[in-house]
Design a protein around this ligand. Structure first.
Ligand SMILES: Cc1cc2nc3c(=O)[nH]c(=O)nc-3n(C[C@H](O)[C@H](O)[C@H](O)COP(=O)(O)OP(=O)(O)OC[C@H]3O[C@@H](n4cnc5c(N)ncnc54)[C@H](O)[C@@H]3O)c2cc1C
Length: 490
C-alpha cells in the first residue's frame, strides 16, 4: 500500500505542463517525500508539443557543449535504456546517419564528427561511401560519405509521456487536467494558482514547464519577461508497407537553424519524412501546405529515391518553443520566489527530457526543499499486453483471461478492445488519448473503420453519451449534439 497519494489542495510542488518536461520532472521528484501536483490545460497528458515531433533520440553531435541543450541531450540520450526497462515504451537504438552528397557537405560532416568526438558520443564514426551504403542499403547511391552515430534512436513520444505520468501517479503524484492556469500570487511562503474557472490550488514551489506558453505563464506570475517564438515543423507519415523505410534515421547535412528534413523509420514500423523549420507568430498555427509538402519530398528523395507521395497516410505539424539565445532556459527565477523556469524546450527536448528531470530536481534542492528519499518508490509500471506483439499462444492465454483480447477493434494496427479499455482506465478517454495509448486509428485507414467502435467503447466505459466523446478537447466532438429540437425534427 502506497503511503503518499495524498489528495489535498496544498502541495509542496506544482508543475504547470504535462509534456515530456513536466512528466520527467514529476516522475523524478516522485522519488522523494513530497506532495506533487501536475496541472495541464488539456484533457490529457502530452497533448502539447510532445505529441507532434519526429520521435528521435538524437545522437549528441549537432550542438556544442557550450549550450545547456547539448549537455542535457547527451546525458538524456544515455538514460533511455534504463527508462525503457522500467516503463516499457517503444524505443530502439537504430543509429543515425548523416549523408553527404558533395565535398562541401562532407566538410560539414567533418565538423559534426569532430563535435561528436568532443561531446564524447559513443561509437561516432566518419564513414566512406561504401560504409554508408553497407549501413543503409536504401541510401541514394550518389552519397559520397557521412557520419554514423550508433547511439541515436527512435521512440514513440506519446507512449513515453503516458508511461512517465503513470509511473509518477503510481508513486503518488496527483494530476489535474483541464486546469488552464491563468495566474496567481505568492503570499506567506506559498503560491496560489487559479484556473479559468477561478478554482485554485496552493503550492510552495511552482515549476513552469508550459511549452509554447511558458512566456505567458512567466509573465502572469511576475517572473522573467521573455518571448517564445514557435518554429513550425510539418511532417508526413507513410504507410508501414512503404518501400522507402530505412533501418536507420537518415539526416541530410544540417542548415544553420535546423537539422534538415529527414527520413525516419518510426519505432512502430511506419516511415516519416520532415520536418520543416519555419518561424511563425501564431502558437495555434498547425496548418500544412502544398509548398512544404513538395519541399519535404524533394529533400527526402535526395536521401532515399524510393520515398513516394503515394504512401502518405497522414500529415501533422508541431511547433518548437524557441526563445532568444536558441537554448533551453532552465533556472530558478531571479524575479520571484520559489519559481523554476523550464522554458525554450525546443529540439532536442524529447532526447534531453530525462536529464531535464534530474536538472530540475537539483534546482528544487537548491531552493532549500528537503529531498528525503522514499523507501517504497516503485521504478516499474505494469506492462500492458498488446495484441500485435503477442504470439498465437500468448493471444490464446490473454483471451482465456480476458475475452476482450479476442475482439480486434482496429484492424490496421491490430488493437483489441482490452487495450482500449486499459487506455480509458488509465485516463486517456478522448479519441486521441486512445489513439496515442493503443495506436488504434493510426494505421492506413486512419480510423475510417474503427472510430465509431472506439466511441461506443468510450461511451460505455465512461458512462457518457456518444455526442459527449471528444476527439482531443472540448469543442472537438465528432458528433455535434444540438439542443435545438427544431433541427432534430428536420
Ligand atoms: C516538428 C518537431 C519535431 C521535433 N523532433 C524532435 C526529435 O526528434 N527529438 C527531440 O529530442 N525533440 C524533438 N522536438 C522537440 C520536442 O518535441 C520538444 O522539445 C518537447 O516536446 C517539449 O516538451 P515540453 O514538455 O517542454 O512542452 P509541451 O509538450 O508543449 O508541454 C507543455 C504543456 O503545458 C501545457 N500548458 C501550456 N499552457 C498552460 C496553462 N496556461 N495552464 C496549464 N497547462 C498549460 C500544455 O497543454 C502542454 O501539455 C521536436 C519538436 C517539433 C515541433
Amino acid at each position: 500500500v502506497l503511503k503518499y497519494p495524498v489528495k489535498q489542495k496544498e502541495y509542496d510542488i506544482i508543475i504547470i505542463g504535462a509534456g515530456v518536461s513536466g512528466a520527467n520532472i514529476a516522475r523524478k521528484l516522485s522519488q522523494y517525500k513530497l506532495n506533487i501536483l501536475v496541472v495541464d490545460k488539456e484533457p490529457d497528458q502530452g497533448f502539447g508539443v510532445s505529441k507532434a515531433n519526429s520521435g528521435i533520440i538524437h545522437g549528441g553531435f549537432h550542438h556544442s557543449l557550450d549550450s545547456l541543450k547539448a549537455r542535457l541531450e547527451i546525458q538524456g540520450n544515455l538514460m533511455f535504456d534504463q527508462l525503457k526497462k522500467e516503463l516499457h515504451f517503444p524505443f530502439e537504438r537504430t543509429g543515425i546517419l548523416v549523408a553527404a552528397f558533395n565535398e562541401e557537405e562532407m566538410k560539414t560532416v567533418d565538423i559534426l564528427y569532430r563535435r561528436g568526438v568532443e561531446n564524447k558520443v559513443i561509437g561516432i564514426e566518419l564513414c566512406s561511401r561504401e560504409r554508408m551504403l553497407s549501413l543503409e542499403p536504401k541510401l541514394n547511391k550518389d552519397v559520397i560519405g557521412g557520419l554514423h552515430a550508433p547511439g541515436g534512436g527512435i521512440i514513440e513520444p506519446y507512449r513515453y509521456v503516458y508511461a512517465l505520468c503513470e509511473s509518477a501517479k503510481v508513486n503518488g503524484v496527483s494530476f489535474r487536467m483541464n486546469f488552464h492556469v491563468k495566474g496567481g500570487n505568492f503570499r506567506d511562503g506559498k503560491w496560489t494558482i487559479f484556473d479559468q474557472t477561478g478554482e485554485s490550488v496552493k503550492g510552495r514551489v511552482l515549476i513552469n514547464s508550459a511549452g509554447l506558453f511558458a512566456d505567458e505563464i512567466s509573465r502572469a506570475f511576475g517572473a522573467e519577461e521573455f518571448k517564445i517564438v514557435p518554429r513550425k515543423g510539418e511532417e508526413y507519415l507513410m504507410d508501414r508497407n512503404a518501400k522507402a523505410k530505412p533501418g536507420k534515421v537518415i539526416f541530410p547535412v544540417p542548415a544553420a537553424h535546423s537539422k534538415g528534413m529527414l527520413v525516419i523509420p518510426t519505432v512502430e514500423g511506419t516511415t516519416m519524412v520532415g520536418p520543416t523549420a519555419e518561424m511563425v507568430e501564431n502558437k495555434q498555427d498547425l496548418s500544412t501546405s502544398r509548398g512544404n509538402f513538395e519541399k519535404i519530398f524533394y529533400s527526402a528523395r535526395r536521401l532515399i529515391h524510393e520515398v513516394s507521395e503515394r504512401d502518405v497516410i497522414t500529415s501533422f505539424t508541431g511547433l518548437r518553443p524557441t526563445m532568444e539565445g536558441n537554448d533551453f532556459f532552465i533556472d530558478i527565477s531571479k524575479k520571484v520566489q520559489n519559481f523554476i523556469q523550464v522554458a525554450g524546450i525546443q529540439s532536442p527536448g524529447l532526447t534531453a527530457s530525462p536529464a531535464i528531470g534530474l536538472y530540475v530536481k537539483d534546482l528544487v534542492k537548491a531552493l532549500g526543499i528537503v529531498l528525503e528519499e522514499k523507501t517504497d518508490w516503485q521504478p516499474e509500471i505494469k506492462k500492458v499486453k498488446r495484441l500485435r506483439e503477442m504470439s498465437a499462444e500468448e493471444i490464446q492465454d490473454a483471451w482465456n483471461e480476458d475475452p476482450r483480447y479476442g475482439n480486434v477493434v482496429c484492424r490496421c494496427e491490430k488493437v483489441s478492445e482490452a487495450e482500449i479499455v486499459e487506455a480509458i482506465r488509465q485516463g486517456h478517454g478522448t479519441l486521441d488519448g486512445v489513439k496515442f495509448f493503443t495506436r488504434a486509428q493510426m494505421g492506413r485507414c486512419q480510423g475510417g473503420f474503427c472510430t465509431d467502435r472506439i466511441m461506443k467503447i468510450i461511451a460505455r466505459e465512461t458512462n457518457s453519451e456518444l455526442w459527449e466523446i471528444q476527439k482531443k478537447s472540448k469543442g472537438s466532438e465528432p458528433i455535434q449534439y444540438s439542443l435545438n429540437t427544431h433541427n432534430h425534427e428536420a
